[in-house]
Design a binder for this molecule. Structure first.
Ligand code: NAP
Length: 243
C-alpha cells in the first residue's frame, strides 16, 4: 500500500487531494496548520468510508514540523511514496501597499514552506531510491498577476525549485513535478466579489471555474506510475487560461 502526505490537506484543493488518494487506496497523512476541526472531520469521514487516513499538525514554515510529518508517516506506514506540497496563502495588494511582513509571510509559507517539505521528503525518499513529489504552484507563477506580486513571485519560485530538484533527484529515481492551477473554487477566493469571479470565468476558455477535484486528478496522475517518465514538468490545470 502506498503512502501520501498532503500539506494543507484538510481544506480546499488539499482536501480533494487527500480524499482522492484515500479513495485510490493510499494511506494518507493529512497535514493541517490551523484547520484542526476540518482535519478531524475529514479523518473521521475517510476512516468511516473504510479508507486509511490520519492527521498531523504541520506548519510548513517550521523545519521541525516538516521533518516531523515525514517521520510520523514512516513510523506509521513504513515509507512515504508521495509528498504533495499544497499548503499556501494568497493576498491581493498593490506593490506599494505590500509590507515587509506581507512579503515575508508569503515567501515563508509558499516558497520556504515548499522547500522545507521537499527537503524532508527527499531525505526519506533518497534512501529508498523511490518517490514522487508534487508541488502546487499557480498559473500566476507562470504569467504573473497584477496586485499579486508577492504571490506570483512565490509561485514562480516553486516552479524553479521543482525543475532544479527534478534534475537533482532523478538519479535517485525520485520524480518532482508541479501543478499550476487556474481559478479554483475554494476559500482562497473568498475575497473575490461575484463580479470578479464571473469575469475570471468568462476569461477562462473552458468557460467555468475549476474545482478542487480537477486539481486532485492531476496530482494523482503525476504521483502515479502512469507518469513514471515525467519529471520537472509544470502541468497547467486552468481551463486554458494560460496559453
Ligand atoms: P485554501 O482552502 O485556503 O487552502 C490553503 C491551505 O494551506 C489550508 O489547508 C491551510 O491549512 C494551508 N496552509 C496555509 N498556511 C500554512 C502553513 N504555514 N502551514 C501549513 N499549512 C498551511 O486554498 P486552496 O485554494 O485549496 O489552496 C491550496 C493551494 O493551491 C495553495 O498553494 C494555493 O496557492 C494553490 N492555488 C490555489 C488556486 C485557487 O484558485 N484556489 C489557484 C492556484 C493555486 P490550515 O487551514 O490548516 O491552516
Amino acid at each position: 500500500m502506498k503512502t501520501a502526505i498532503v500539506t494543507g490537506g484538510a481544506t480546499g484543493i488539499g482536501r480533494a487531494v487527500s480524499s482522492l488518494f484515500a479513495e485510490k487506496g493510499y494511506n494518507v497523512v493529512i497535514g493541517y496548520n490551523k484547520s484542526i476541526d476540518a482535519a478531524k472531520e475529514l479523518e473521521t469521514k475517510l476512516i468511516k468510508q473504510g479508507f486509511s487516513a490520519v492527521i498531523y499538525n504541520c506548519d510548513v514554515t517550521k523545519t521541525s514540523d516538516t521533518y516531523g510529518i515525514v517521520d510520523f508517516a514512516v513510523q506509521k506506514f513504513g515509507k512515504v511514496d508521495t509528498f504533495v506540497c499544497n499548503a499556501g496563502i494568497a493576498q491581493q495588494k498593490l506593490i506599494t501597499d505590500i509590507t515587509d511582513e506581507d512579503w515575508s509571510n508569503m515567501i515563508n509559507t509558499n516558497l520556504t514552506g515548499c522547500f522545507n517539505c521537499c527537503r524532508a521528503a527527499a531525505k526519506s525518499m533518497i534512501s529508498r531510491h523511490s518517490g514522487s513529489i508534487v508541488n502546487i504552484s499557480s498559473m500566476w507563477g507562470i504569467s504573473g498577476a497584477s496586485c499579486e506580486v508577492h504571490y506570483s513571485a512565490s509561485k514562480s519560485g516553486v516552479i524553479g525549485l521543482t525543475k532544479a530538484l527534478a534534475k537533482e533527484l532523478a538519479p535517485s529515481n525520485i520524480r518532482v513535478n508541479c501543478v499550476a492551477p487556474g481559478v479554483i473554487k475554494t476559500d482562497m477566493l473568498s475575497s473575490f466579489s461575484a463580479e470578479d469571479l464571473e469575469r475570471l470565468r468568462v476569461e477562462t476558455p473552458l468557460s467555468r471555474l475549476g474545482t478542487p477535484e480537477d486539481i486532485a486528478k492531476a496530482v494523482l496522475f503525476l504521483s502515479s506510475d502512469d507518469a513514471s517518465f515525467i519529471t520537472g514538468q509544470v502541468l497547467s490545470v486552468d481551463g486554458g487560461f494560460i496559453l
